[in-house]
Design a protein around this ligand. Structure first.
Ligand SMILES: [Zn+2]
Length: 281
């Protein structure tokens, strides 16, 4: 299967990362998140949740960064570390690479690399977003994930989400979705209720449909051979949005649906592993 990986997608994803690595970090990299922490001094009447709310964060982010807040209420005069956005501070296990971290937390390696100062070997890093919450939530009843599978029956995964190595070039590339093997012409279904915000040709994606589900969550359906929806249309989970095709530059030669789920983070839209969110059929 690996021999069928196409190079073009690889180049488009990995090139910006290498360009970044070759340029001096001070020129391109924002100051690392962990060097941008603010100190908040608690005043009378404040609580953990009011402080979190003031900085547009969730209380869990503050507790993770300030373990002394875990069980005790905040005290007047106490200093609380405030990160610029939700996430967690992680001490990197010996030898772990950016791609190991990307796999572990479902955040793209190039995003992690950039917001942590573009260092080659990470030691202590900030992992943005709420991925860890989503993973925890999938085990609870209050988060149901996506309502529908994007095809009418469960398909074999031809290429998983995450890092893959091209056997010919030996270069790693990031696959932001999963490739679900299906015949050309198979109906592609919206994975949840939402609004079609894109239905057109888009570079390597080919014919692409993007459905916005609100709350900073979108799904993408790529390499279609035709559309069944128009931009602006509201869809329910299970509605046909298009049909499987081979447009754009798919990562596999076998016909498949390239399916992505993306969450909006302060750093931009980040693709997560769809497997976490798909319903078990
Ligand atoms: Zn793909």
């Amino acid at each position: 299967m690996s021999s069928q990986l196409l190079l073009t997608f690889l180049v488009s994803v990995i090139t910006p990362l290498f360009n970044l690595a070759q340029t001096s970090p001070s020129q391109l990299c924002p100051t690392p998140v962990l060097s941008r922490l603010q100190h908040h001094q608690v005043v009378s009447g404040e609580s953990l949740s009011s402080i979190a709310q003031n900085y547009n964060l969730i209380p869990e982010t503050l507790v993770r960064l300030n373990p002394n807040l875990k069980r005790k209420p905040v005290r007047v005069g106490q200093k609380v570390l405030i990160p610029p956005f939700n996430g967690i501070r992680v001490e990197v296990p010996d030898g772990a690479t950016w791609s190991d971290l990307a796999t572990a937390y479902g955040i793209r390696a190039d995003v992690l690399f950039e917001i942590n100062g573009c260092v080659k070997t990470p030691t202590v890093v900030y992992i943005p977003g709420v991925t860890w919450q989503i993973r925890e939530k999938t085990r609870q009843n209050d988060y149901m994930g996506l309502k529908k599978y994007p095809l009418s029956s469960v398909a074999k995964v031809g290429l998983t989400y995450g890092w893959h190595r091209n056997p010919t070039t030996r270069q790693s590339f990031f696959h932001g979705g999963i490739d679900l093997l299906a015949q050309v012409g198979t109906s592609v279904l919206s994975a949840d209720t939402g609004k079609v915000i894109f239905a057109a040709q888009e570079g390597t994606y080919g014919f692409l449909v993007v459905v916005d589900h609100g709350d900073g969550r979108q799904t993408r359906y790529a390499h279609l051979n035709r559309f069944q929806v128009k931009i602006g249309q509201t869809v329910q989970g299970g509605d046909v949005v298009g049909h499987v095709g081979k447009t754009g530059q798919p990562d596999l030669l076998e016909s498949h649906l390239h399916f992505e789920i993306r969450y909006k983070f302060p750093v931009g839209w980040v693709a997560q592993d769809p497997v976490i969110h798909l319903p078990e059929l």
